[in-house]
Design a protein around this ligand. Structure first.
Ligand SMILES: Cc1cc2nc3c(=O)[nH]c(=O)nc-3n(C[C@H](O)[C@H](O)[C@H](O)COP(=O)(O)O)c2cc1C
Length: 214
């Protein structure tokens, strides 16, 4: 697979949530997805138990059905699915436009990725939950980095978890045995030039040797 040849630092600083620039007209080969997943599987996971499962959805009918669940969830009032809109986030209006753009085309993606972690998070202690999430989130992010290096992109999304049971039914996932991590579109990007994003400056969030009240 052709690669962009980004340095590690470029890859880490320019792997964005891509939504508007996901090219839904270009098919994505299973081989490139598997190449990225093989890299992702090198991420650490608790006890190296490899209890994760990875579902790639590239059947257009199933992509449409899952996309419909995403849309339905998204169209609920904001209060039903997340926290209030922040007033300190730079360019939040643009993020909102971009989020909307993904909602519009999520049901036409070339492919979707739904990673699964074993068991249910409900009722688990923070430590048990940390093992669950920590044993798969890093692999998913590696997958994002591998996509970026190959001219593809994704966006981390969690809205679908409001419809986790419905999505499990569409895919035949045993709901009591696995928790979905999120829903990740997979597509080539329109252009490959992405820039570092705004973040709260390090000085605002970093402390040494103790917690500073701010
Ligand atoms: C835990 C988490 C949940 C998110 N959920 C969604 C989502 O449901 N839909 C969406 O379009 N973007 C979602 N995002 C993407 C964020 O909006 C995005 O990461 C943020 O705006 C920063 O942009 P960047 O990733 O391009 O730097 C989520 C990101 C994270 C890490």
């Amino acid at each position: 697979m052709p690669k962009l040849g980004l340095t590690a630092d470029q890859l880490l600083s320019t792997t964005r949530s891509v939504r508007k620039r996901l090219d839904i007209s270009r098919p994505v080969e299973r081989a490139v997805i598997e190449e990225c997943l093989n890299l992702a599987l090198q991420a650490p996971n608790g006890g190296n138990r490899n209890l994760w499962r990875w579902i790639v959805v590239d059947d257009p009918a199933k992509v449409a059905a899952i996309g419909a669940q995403y849309k339905a969830m998204f169209d609920q009032p904001l209060s039903a699915r997340s926290e209030p809109i922040p007033d300190n986030v730079e360019r939040f209006d643009l993020v909102h436009d971009s989020v909307r753009a993904l909602v519009e085309k999520i049901d036409h993606m070339p492919a979707l990725l739904i990673p699964l972690m074993p068991g249910r998070a409900e009722g688990k202690t923070p430590m048990q939950q940390a093992v669950m999430w920590g044993s798969i989130v890093q692999a998913v992010w590696s997958f994002f980095l591998a996509l970026r290096e190959r001219g593809l992109g994704s966006a981390w999304t969690t809205v679908s978890l409001g419809r986790e049971r419905e999505i499990a039914e569409i895919l035949g996932i045993p709901f009591e045995s696995y928790t979905q991590v999120g829903l990740f579109p997979i597509a080539y990007t329109q252009g490959t030039d992405f820039k570092p994003a705004w973040r709260e400056p390090l000085a605002e969030v970093l402390d040494y040797n103790g917690f500073t009240a701010r």
